[in-house]
Ligand binder design. Sequence first.
Ligand code: ADP
Ligand code: MG
Length: 748
Amino acid sequence: MSDSSAAGGPEFDGVELPAPQSEPLSLDTPLKKALSAPQATALSKAFAMHTVGDLLSHYPRGYADREVLRPLNQITPGANVTVIADIMSVHEKRMSSRPGTIVEVVISDGGGEFTLTFFGKNSQEWRLKQLRPGLRGSFSGKVRMYKGESQLANPSYKTFESEEEEARDDPSLLLRRKPLIPIYAATAAETSWNLQTMIDRVLRRVGTLPDPVPDDLRAEHGLLSHTQAIRWIHSPDDEEQWMAAQDTLRFTEAWVLQCALLQRHSLARERRTRPRVPTPGGYLERFDAALPFVLTVDQEICAVEIATDMAQSGPMNRLLQGEVGSGKTVVALRAMLAVADSGGQTALLAPTEVLAGQHLRSITTLLGPDLAAELMPTLLTGKLPVAQKRKALLRTVSGQSRIVIGTHALLSDTVTFFDLGLIVIDEQHRFGVDQRETLRLKGAEPPHVLVMTATPIPRTIAMTVFGDLDVSTIRMLPAGRQGITSIVVPLADHPNWFQRIWTKLAEELALGRQGFVVCPAISPAEREEGSEDETAPSPDDEKTPLANVDTVHEKLRGFLPLAGYRIEALHGRMTSDEKDRIMRSFAAGEIDVLVATTVIEVGVDVPNASAMVVLDADRFGVSQLHQLRGRVGRGGVPGLCLLVTNARPGSPARQRIGDVAATLDGFVLAELDLALRREGNVLGDLQSGDGSKLRFLRVAVDGDMIAEARQAAYHLVTNDPDIRTNPPLREAIARRLNDSERTWLNKG
Ligand code: ADP
Ligand code: MG
């Protein structure tokens, strides 16, 4: 495969270029040197592009064929689109309300018709000359709906006829013209064809681009050279070329990402910190001696992995994953005690105030009165009253409190630790990579980091999002768990079953147990923050309001089977004091039924709670349902989970709920979740903290490729942690780091 494509012959160099024929451009050449100053400025403003590499990695969204019009299947109002279309008709009308004219142009993309409207203060004779029925061209603008029809108002356009005219001035344009037109994500100012022109110009001046993927790996995977891939992605002759280019760039993404993650991992380990080991007769020993149960084998293994990491002089970066109730907290607490033995402190970060409060209670309980008094676990959240907060800050900075538990507030600059030895992050999926970095900078020496997640993580996600962490897994639940029976209650088939739900709940309560009723919304008008909506609302949904805490709470209180039981509401709009008070009374058994939103999703631990009713269960994602269900059956009593839905039989929503009911294996459900969800949701904010977005790599489908890239990357980074042997790769990694990562790496 040759490196110079037919389009890139040097004979076209120098055409309307600001500088005379000079050095070939490299990926790091500033755009100012490659394009005219106004062009460079425009690109910087519109897309924050600064280098040739930035521009060349603005890959086309798709390709349009000059010869064959392809209908655009999705024209969403508000979107910026570029269409290749034929002009069908053109009319100019006077405006009735004010002076000036409207030109209406009907175009057809081969499928639908759109109207272009151009408003002018004066006659638009000149436009009628440019836009004549029968001409073909590209049209670019923002879609809006007008009287039920898609319109582009004042779009920019370029007819193929006008291209011919340009070609008369510059015949080379004709030679370079390809049957496929790349369509770029554009803005009103920077149209797709402006971008194409600039990219074309830059492409003609780049030399051979260095290959971040080594030759042997490239050969093994049948990849193009980087130069070839970049040329073909922007300027393909046919479909085969852009597809081959995409394959190469996809693998390149996986490769650079894995090398970056593994290098970060290896550099993190090279930093010096204080090993944290338990002292004989210390806190950890005392804790273990008093523990009322034996650790499961998995807990033991994870505990050893963590203890081994923390005994090193390089900081631990470990993910601890395990089902809800598998006993992660105990394992993490043992690590905290080892740190306390060494005189250090632990920051435990929870995603919500409720959970932070819950952690404080369960840790205090697990420690027992003596250890709790000595270690002084302290809550530090944004919503604390000022006096209490000051006290908590003081205990933190003095080192009096060895375990500080909080939410995001722990990240604020006002929080200083005496000796931060360990950071435990509960429920990583709510925290971005950036936040993890901020925390790492909090200690005088880099603290050990333990990330806990109750969401079993599919293998590919573990490799991409958590690729810089070692992984420990607790698979088994502690013995004596009774398990959870999950039952789908399909109201669409059996509307009268609605009554039976509450009779069933009442039966559980009659045994002295407690229950949850979970709703997707707080009130008829208000969704719970952070609750997921997996399904696009169907027309039916709009008529029936979502089950909501206010309404359900009200209804259940007057409902006969539940008469006499204490029913309370809990949701995210309450103050933290209120939430805390309700949770405490529920835990103390003073409340029988909690009608709640997803605020109870994670971490809430009330062993006596045995029943859960999830209303409108189809409104929750697979993993979320699994999480919710984990709130019951945590003690010695069997759990019962009723998944209530109005979804029609055979609908995907109904299928999904059936799948959740059918298995308790979180790892199976996690893979299912990954397959069902849109990818963006899976990676969510985690990815935005990661410098650059993945462009061609799809975590849901490219798992094997990612695994292969990771293995190869592991080889390379193990032998050459600084990646000295592959400068293009080193540069590619540097280009995808964001500022905070750079700061962090430089600190090391
Ligand atoms: P997770 O944090 O993984 O959800 P927890 O650590 O909160 O799980 O444990 C859930 C419950 O099980 C707690 O009440 C805890 O004390 C208890 N537990 C933990 N490990 C064991 C074990 N090995 N045997 C019996 N009970 C355990
Ligand atoms: Mg827990």
